[in-house]
Design a protein. Structure first.
Length: 160
């Protein structure tokens, strides 16, 4: 890491660009790449939702899931990934993401999707998506264990 910082300082000195400006440029390029990846993922999901022959390609569930339910699951995935992407690029904070996820977890189809894809998240480990997946797991447990109808107060929002 120290070697990288020295290289960035040398590069900045040689080109007249500060290290902060250089790193900001790198961050923006990463965000654009993430946004392009997100757009492509969403386009592919839309195609699969529109075409049953493509929906079948994404059928990796442990049980038989009817085609209409698969399309609903794909849409639930699109909503989840959209919220995750907004957090990744800094458009929403972790607390805001938690609020969006709490709303999504109110929907029975989303909960069914989440359960049906549990094995998909098993290998995510300590990645951001793995940590957020465990946060949703906990949120769903909290909502199911709650004895209040005020679902918007259930669960402990994360600290940044």
């Amino acid at each position: 890491m120290a070697t990288q910082k020295r290289a960035v300082r040398r590069l900045g000195a040689a080109t007249g660009i500060s290290a902060a400006a250089y790193l900001l440029g790198v961050r923006r390029r990463q965000q654009r790449a993430q946004s392009e990846r997100h757009r492509l993922h969403f386009d592919l999901l839309c195609k699969a939702m529109d075409d049953p022959t493509l929906t079948a390609v994404l059928d990796t569930y442990d049980s038989d899931v009817p085609r209409e339910k698969q399309r609903q699951f794909l849409f639930a995935n699109a909503l989840y990934i959209n919220a995750l992407h907004a957090h990744r690029i800094g458009a929403i904070s972790l607390r805001e993401l938690f609020g969006h996820l709490r709303v999504m977890c109110q929907n029975q189809v989303f909960r069914e999707y989440w359960e049906a894809t549990r094995h998909h998240r098993a290998s995510l480990g300590t990645t951001l998506e793995g940590r957020l997946g465990r946060m949703v797991d906990g949120l769903i447990r909290d909502l199911e264990d709650s004895d209040t109808d005020e679902w918007w107060v259930v669960g402990e929002p994360p600290t940044e």
